[in-house]
Design a protein around this ligand. Structure first.
Ligand code: PEP
Length: 255
């Protein structure tokens, strides 16, 4: 059973006080049962404190990035073992903001994916096309290039302990959500690409959708057969908004 994952990417937002309010709200209102896993990904400086706040709740902790290196002269970078020691179980890699604003290549992302797995963190590999790429019919080719870099570097079996997030760049933070059908088409494409190499990996991996997910569009997206939850930006910063998305997942039959 794959179950649902609803992950909050806080990006560069938060403060000690705001984080406490947010975490308390999420922990108090998290849906009961095991069909929906919740995850929060705060900025690096808050990871250890948020880990403490989460305590023994079932809400998981993840980072928004990870260094491809283990240790050494990499000023400003954070290694996987440091993230583990700060309480993380997941690490987002290849978010489109990092690809676009920090110049991360698909090979950089693949190296980060491997670095996460090496220390026992589950990488959440983000892939997605720009509006220009979609409009010129390149969506599948862009996804293939981003996915193949990781498959070629780490191998299909590495996806046993990973999550994929399809995040069309044009839908992130814009209020322009992909329709459930548009998202499902790409999710199916991603699962089929994995299926070609391993049916069991493809059947078991969670593929999240990200891009302006809200409480009122989540159920429509998550009810599609290849959409296993969401990576949530803006709506992860208020517990009521985030929990509305979690509740939408919990209202669906688990699979
Ligand atoms: C994101 O940053 O991963 C994201 C999906 O943002 P938003 O939900 O705000 O579109």
């Amino acid at each position: 059973m794959r179950g649902y994952l609803v992950a909050g990417n806080w990006k560069m937002n938060g403060s000690n006080a705001a984080n406490r309010t947010l975490v308390q709200g999420i922990v108090a209102g998290a849906p009961a049962g095991e069909s929906v896993q919740l995850l929060v990904c705060p900025p690096f400086p808050y990871l250890a404190a948020v880990s403490e706040m989460l305590g023994d709740s079932a809400v998981a902790l993840g980072s928004q990035n990870i260094s491809a290196h283990d240790s050494g002269a990499f000023t400003g970078e954070t290694a996987g073992n440091m993230l583990r020691e700060s309480g993380c179980q997941y690490a987002i890699v290849g978010h489109s903001e990092r690809r676009a604003l920090m110049g991360e290549s698909s090979q950089n992302v693949a190296d980060k994916f491997q670095a996460a797995l090496k220390v026992g963190l589950k990488p959440i590999l983000c892939v997605g096309e720009t509006l220009e790429e979609r409009e010129s019919g390149q969506t599948d080719a862009v996804i293939d290039e981003q996915l193949n870099a990781v498959l070629d570097t780490a191998g299909v079996e590495s996806f046993v302990d990973a999550v994929i997030a399809y995040e069309p760049v044009w839908a992130i933070g814009t209020g322009m959500t992909a329709s459930p059908e548009q998202a499902q088409d790409v999710h199916r494409h991603i699962r089929a690409a994995l299926e070609a190499q391993s049916e069991s990996v493809a059947a078991n991996i969670k593929i999240l959708y990200g891009g302006s997910v809200k409480g009122d569009n989540a159920a429509g997206l998550f009810s599609k057969p290849d959409i296993d939850g969401g990576l949530i930006g803006g709506a992860s910063l208020k517990s009521d908004d985030f929990l509305a998305i979690a509740d939408a997942a919990a209202s669906l039959e688990s699979r």
